[in-house]
Design a binder for this molecule. Sequence first.
Ligand code: SF4
Length: 433
Amino acid sequence: MTLQDVARRYAVAISPHLLSLVDPADPKDPIARQFLPSLEELNTLPEELADPIGDSAHSPVPFIVHRHPDRVLFKVVAACPVYCRFCFRREMIGPAKENALAMDALEAALAYIAGHPEIWEVILTGGDPFILTPRRMAEITGRLAAISHVKVIRWHTRVPVTDPERVNDDLVAALHAPGCTTVVEPIPTRDHTERMLTHFGAEISVKDEEDGRRAVTVRGDAELVGVPITVPGDPSSAAFAIAAGLICEGSDIVLEGVLMNPTRAGFIETVRDMGGDVELLDLRLEGGEPAADLRVRAGTLRGVDVPPERAPSMIDEYPVLAVLAAFAQGETRMRGLAELRVKESDRLAATAAGLAACGVETAIEGDDLIVMGKGSVPGGATVETHMDHRIAMAFLTLGLGAEQPVTVDDIAMIATSFPAFVPLMTKLGGQFR
Ligand code: SF4
């Protein structure tokens, strides 16, 4: 057995770009290991399958895989610029296979899609469909775009990584869909892109469906016009100054130009639920985004129940919200914080540990964080930040209102997200050593 035998069975290729990244002196070079054939590939184990993900069982016509009702895979080519040794389609791809879709096969696949109105998404795959000529790509895009129930055309490709020189103006132009393209979001996400594109002149409409999904439609070939934009202030950074203003006795501060996009305003909403005195002044549009000046005055806060649905709009603000909860009267329960465990650190654990160290009664129940506020916080501890900038800033903010000074074990990482944090808080009256 030789490597020629391997290559006869499974195609072998690496692009000049990836080859240039291989370190020949390193026998374990990860790129080389992805693409260099090995004799072991000819040992077929009993559990190995020729079609490991079962494409053929869901293939009503050649080159179509229809596994989910509303979506099909359309395997438009059986070749790639590289051949990955781990590829689960490697039995079916390579130069020795029939790799260009013949005209009758293309027509049969398109007819199948056109005959199934439940299909709203077509995923073009292969092989790697970006290996097609731009002319062929444009032709396929145009044919699919002409089927009225097809709302999303998605290209599965690794070409921008494996063979970036192939991505040229002609290829990009081939991807331009004429007419309208609609993206349906199963869960509504942050809409900064839609707002910014609208500000530049794109025609975008947004429709909330009855089942909770959101359909965003953009008209193709828009003429975008450059306009001056003022970028509103980041609400995640503003949260620290707002918290400081609320817990430091006698505070009365104004934060200018804070982003008030509803997908980012969960912290302000929660703070107001807690009785926090945050007044919105001069609500306006800046760069297509709602923005306002915020007047914050110190006062009494009460514990609240924060629903899990609010988490996406304030996920980065929970550490500082937990700090506020410690200064409130009564229990605050922040629900559904699983995502906090996989941030720069396990923020759920770090926040609970920091609060406990500062003398605050706190608990984690499942994915909920519970803080028993008593209106004041003893402080006087050194808090472990786990090199997480938001944990550091949250507990420095806590120190501003605590009875005893609070120390954090590191602040170097604050410089990456909020370099003006210490100067700004110092300007507001905070003392840092
Ligand atoms: S289909 Fe994807 S995983 Fe398979 S060889 Fe081509 S690029 Fe690699």
